[in-house]
Design a binder for this molecule. Sequence first.
Ligand code: ADP
Ligand code: TRP
Length: 326
Amino acid sequence: MSKIKKRVLSGIQPSGKLHLGNYFGMMSRMINYQDENDLFCFIVNYHALTTIQNKAELEKNTINAALDFLALGMDPEKSTFWVQSDVPQVTELTWLLSNMAGVGLMERSTSYKDKIDKGLSPHMGLFSYPILMAADILLYGSEIVPVGKDQTQHLEITRDIAMRFNNIYGKGLLVVPSPDINEDTMLVPGIDGQKMSKSYANTIPIFADEKLIKKSVMSITTDSAGINEPKDKDSPLFKIYSLFLNSEEKNILSDRYDTPGLKYGDVKKELLSKIIQYFSPYREKREYLLKNIDQVHSLLDLGRDKASKVADEYIKKIRDAMGLNY
Ligand code: ADP
Ligand code: TRP
């Protein structure tokens, strides 16, 4: 008997160059899930409008994010891979769900509060961001949502909205999703030790020019431990390097950190060559796709058609339940 596949969905903002945090926290996990699951993956360009308000930049970032995903192994035949704004039904659902989202709940959103703390003057897009994300997830009946740790609260808001909807309009109408967070990769540190993020300028980009990758790796913050002192394993260099190692290799690195004589500069050079080597086949694939950009557009059209079909079914069911199909 064939196993029923779970619907797994996640999205990424085209708000800058994708980085190792995105790769290990979400992208590689999604790509690995393709065989066993019914995978839905998209570039969330409506969300990116909350920070990017420049036509050329948003267009470029969107196509770059698609290229990155495809180069890294996203298979649009096997999975459903599209650009969020190609299925605009999600904006209708955002409105419908905003009536399930308490203002207090939204005000407690840490991503909203963080942006305000950074001095961004808030607009309603930023405030409603989690409702659009809930609509993304609920429009496709998603069961599992692979994300990094920073998205935990957004998933809680989504679950809250879905349960409130089901309480009012009928049990089981919306699928209440579960987050899928991996302990080892949920919080990849940036080169300064904070969470790696496009918005903190502390990233190691996956497909940047090799010189830029080198510059980022060489700037990873280290302490001033002397050459013969044990080195700090609770540090960004150790943690980032570990992402590329199996458990045996990690033990070896750990022993080297405990042994006098280790130079951080040498570890950085090793890490750099690991990164370059690891991504080199994907880099070639990306270059091929870039030269055949029409193929990329066709693949995104295919994704749009597949996603629209599911979105149409769900939105009809939801409109019916709410009394909009009089
Ligand atoms: P960014 O913070 O760089 O803008 P996004 O918000 O677009 O990244 O995140 C896309 C996906 O990558 C999300 O699932 C997010 O949780 C994950 N992610 C982002 N940064 C990291 C990180 N440093 N460690 C682990 N996962 C991350
Ligand atoms: N908010 C997510 C982030 O910044 C991106 C996102 C939008 C998303 N819609 C989603 C993630 C739906 C998972 C599911 O990373």
